[in-house]
Design a protein around this ligand. Sequence first.
Ligand code: TYD
Ligand code: MG
Length: 462
Amino acid sequence: MSRRTLSFICQNCGAAHSRWQGKCEGCGEWNTLVEEGGERPSGPSRKSGKGRTFALEPLSGSAQDAPRCASGIGEFDRVTGGGFVRGSVLLLGGDPGIGKSTLLIQAAAALARTGERSVYISGEEAVAQVRLRAERLGLQDADVELAAETAVEDIITTLSQGRTPRLIVIDSIQTMWTGTVDSAPGTVTQVRGSAQALIRFAKRSGATIILVGHVTKDGQIAGPRVVEHMVDAVLSFEGEGSHQFRILRAVKNRFGPTDEIGVFEMTGAGLREVVNPSELFLSERDLGQPGTAVFAGIEGTRPLLVEMQALVAPSSLGTPRRAVVGWDPSRLSMVLAVLEAHCGVRLGGHDVYLNVAGGLRIQEPAADLAAAAALVSSLTAAPLPADAVYFGEVSLSGAVRPVAQAPARLKEAAKLGFSRAVVPDAARGETAESGLQLGEVASLVDLVTRIAASGKRRGQDE
Ligand code: TYD
Ligand code: MG
């Protein structure tokens, strides 16, 4: 009797259903169920219900420090937490065309140059295409081993021979297939089965494997979401189509921090590391225009100055527009509500647009003060001082709260030639020795008064 059962697997979330239905009960997506053959039971067969005994170990045993190997790309290592951990598996996700293959061939080549064995398996491109790209990137002399293969068992058998590779790149996990599963390549079951086999191989051999995963918005191809739980780290490679900057971010990391970002620039000769991102994000500053404020932020352990731009314009719509790029829309709504409720700033009849320049996405609440400053500046047409930075969290009562790492933010601002900072009043003690002229604000009302006063002063001068 066959133990295999057919089931309908949601291609979006991986939930299994016994019948076909229009909507997945797991994630609520429509039309995502696909009939798939179940996995054949693999592994050593067990006749009776008895298990084998294994040794249990004390927690206090000698812990091996996760042995790492630097990739040779500093920004990559910053995100992984200091290099590739032996036997770990990373998933690199990102939109098509963002530069995943470029980043990984560069990483593989950098590692090969240090004398380690590094392998690049492409399931999407022919060897000649990968070579062509490597040539364009000036990497043809690096000793990377290439193959265009998609059968996971063949890959594992081949790589088990000879010296254990230090790094194996699998581009991409959606193109891989394993004989232990009946479904077509690209389906959730295949992706999961292939990833499982590769993860087992990594743990056994000590090689680091990087899986590339495509993320599609419509959920047509099996997303790599099901793999996220299985791997040690999930990295995401992001960028705005119209900008050259690419940001590598750790979404999950069992061996390192998840708040560090790596910044790259896509050039004609591949990805270039950007060691000082603040200079990049401030390079095209709209100096002295109303509606722009510089936010002194922190990404991980690194200070990062970015420009926040706001446009507040009278609206002809019943419900005015609120549009945000690069920041959390609900935080914008909150800042707008606090401005209305506590500062007497009327925004109900205005469209509000907020944009973080350079295609960066900010997640810190510390950006509240800079966003508020940009909004008020745009509304009152009063430009903010071009040499000032802002940071502080706004609470619902209208108070401006101190944020972490104020000295690091101020130091970065001073380094980049800023001479003033508008900071939370409560942070006074920490911020004394920065060399910047500090303007402390205790509440959002203070900030609004300050900007309105500068607007008036300018009006009188003219
Ligand atoms: P690619 O790494 O193929 O993206 P992915 O693997 O994420 O789909 O990169 C594709 C884009 O990168 C493509 O639009 C061209 C651009 N690119 C450059 O601008 N410079 C380069 O040196 C290379 C190799 C690619
Ligand atoms: Mg690619």
